[in-house]
Design a binder for this molecule. Structure first.
Ligand SMILES: [Zn+2]
Length: 245
């Protein structure tokens, strides 16, 4: 299996998405038992302390929700403050639903210690690069585009769940997973939608209800396990990418 012509670091990121603890822990355990690094973008307190037990493997970043009705706050300032209280050590972020603007990014620079932003999705695009974005703040923002994520793959015609569909990279390969999507091996998004209908507060979804909807066959869980195998000995966290700029 080839992920490109060169051996580039694989950056596994996980948007935690208010997911139930068992779904997050399932991912942590698979990563830990293979000594593969990852960056978790946290949305709430669930499992944060568990992830903190493995600082050599896992980075915790923030996943601020700037959508209307956000449980992180009403204004950009409130949302950033809430998220930094959740993860005071965070230096990396990806915004929920990739909501972004230059004013939002500038405020992240002015009001937080965030150095790295991963809110740019360039799906299935080869050879992307990190870059510095200057917004008039005291320092630039390091931006690292990512090229693959599970929920976009669900909706993209002409691709399947094989690693062969991941675009070749010459700097790094950053991919993104969501805990319940992976836990359910949800290739079309239907299992998640059904669970959410029955449990609007998705973090409270009973494990037995989720377990009944786990799919077999090609899907995000299989891809997650394959990318872990590919990332053995060659994984990195987002915060380690600064040196590539
Ligand atoms: Zn999100």
């Amino acid at each position: 299996m080839s992920l490109g012509k060169n051996e580039v670091p694989i950056i596994i990121t996980i948007d935690m998405e208010w997911a139930p603890g068992y779904a997050v822990r399932w991912m942590v355990e698979r990563l830990w038992e293979n000594s593969v690094k990852a960056t978790f973008f946290a949305t709430d307190l669930a499992e944060i302390d568990y992830i903190r037990q493995f600082p050599e493997l896992f980075e915790l970043g923030i996943h601020p929700n700037f959508l209307p009705g956000s449980d992180h706050g009403e204004t950009t300032e409130e949302v950033l403050e809430f998220c930094m209280k959740l993860v005071p050590e965070a230096v990396s972020m990806r915004t929920h639903c990739l909501v972004q603007s230059t004013p939002i990014l500038r405020k992240a620079l002015d009001l937080t210690p965030i150095e790295n932003d991963c809110s740019l999705l360039l799906p299935f695009t080869p050879n992307v690069s990190g870059h510095k974005l200057y917004l008039g703040a005291a320092r630039p923002l390091n931006r690292f585009p990512f090229v693959w994520e599970d929920d976009v793959t669900q909706m993209t015609p002409g691709v399947d769940w094989s690693l062969g569909c991941m675009p070749a990279q010459d700097k790094y390969l950053m991919v993104n997973f969501h805990p319940l999507t992976v836990y359910l091996n949800d290739a079309r998004g239907e299992s998640y939608r059904n669970l959410k209908k029955a449990n609007p507060k998705i973090g409270n979804t009973p494990k037995e209800a989720a377990d009944k909807l786990i799919s077999s066959g090609p899907g995000p869980q299989k891809t997650f396990l394959e990318i872990i195998a590919a990332a053995k000995n060659n994984s990195a966290m987002v915060k380690e990418l600064g040196g590539t700029l």
